[in-house]
Design a protein around this ligand. Structure first.
Ligand code: DC
Length: 210
């Protein structure tokens, strides 16, 4: 069983995907963390995230444990990740890792949940269930802003909203695997429902495939 969860930044897809994986005993892969880990490694090396050579080399050397570094969660790394993710060779390099995870989930799990931007369209077009999680830019920016404040970080709502719009535009307009809803995906708009209600709907959708 493969569940694809796609959507723009801060729509709540990570929370939904992780909870689905927990509920059904499936393996979970946060594919955004792969691009973030590549971006962090480039930034730490003083390299330009837009440099295709350096980015592709870094992607080739990426190992799953690199995605556990808490340093990948900063807004700077998020923006750099969307630059890295627009480089076709980086995407091609990370493709097999993601497909292998979906086809042969680790620890013999009976399924996998992957969240990202292109899971239902490019990585796993044959996924059993596809969910496109979305919310208005303002709601997403507010959530991200509160999350940053909650972590004790400095945050200004208007800057968070501007960053989100910049990332949305880059993720949706790139040539290779742009952020797009797969035609067979269920749309889950989380703007005006609670996280629990969003999870309940996602759960019912996945259950109906079993
Ligand atoms: O979901 P996130 O914010 O952690 O993703 C970080 C960046 O990685 C995002 O701006 C776009 C990119 N990304 C992608 O292009 N394809 C994916 N499957 C996941 C993330």
């Amino acid at each position: 069983m493969i569940v694809a969860v796609d959507g723009p930044a801060a729509a709540g897809k990570g929370t939904i995907a992780r909870r689905l994986a927990d509920r059904f005993g499936y393996a979970y892969l946060d594919t955004g963390a792969l691009y973030r880990a590549v971006a962090l490694s480039l930034l730490r090396a003083g390299a330009d995230p837009a440099d295709p050579e350096a980015a592709a080399r870094t992607a080739r050397n990426l190992h799953l444990p690199d995605t556990a570094d808490p340093g990948i969660r900063t807004p700077e790394v998020g923006l750099a990740a969307s630059v890295v993710a627009a480089i076709p060779r980086v995407r091609a390099t990370l493709l097999d890792l993601q497909r292998n995870f979906a086809r042969r989930p680790p620890d013999g799990r009976p399924g996998a949940v992957l969240d990202g931007r292109d899971i239902g369209t490019v990585i796993c077009p044959g996924a059993d269930r596809k969910i496109f999680v979305t919310a208005t830019p303002e709601v997403r920016a507010r959530r991200r802003h509160l999350e940053l404040l909650g972590r004790g970080e400095h945050s200004i709502y208007s800057s968070v909203l501007a960053d989100l719009r910049e990332r949305d535009a880059r993720d949706a307009n790139r040539v290779d695997a742009p952020l797009r809803r797969s035609r067979d995906a269920m749309v889950l708009d989380t703007s005006f429902i609670t996280a629990d209600e969003a999870f309940r709907r996602a759960c019912a959708f996945v259950e109906s495939a079993q």
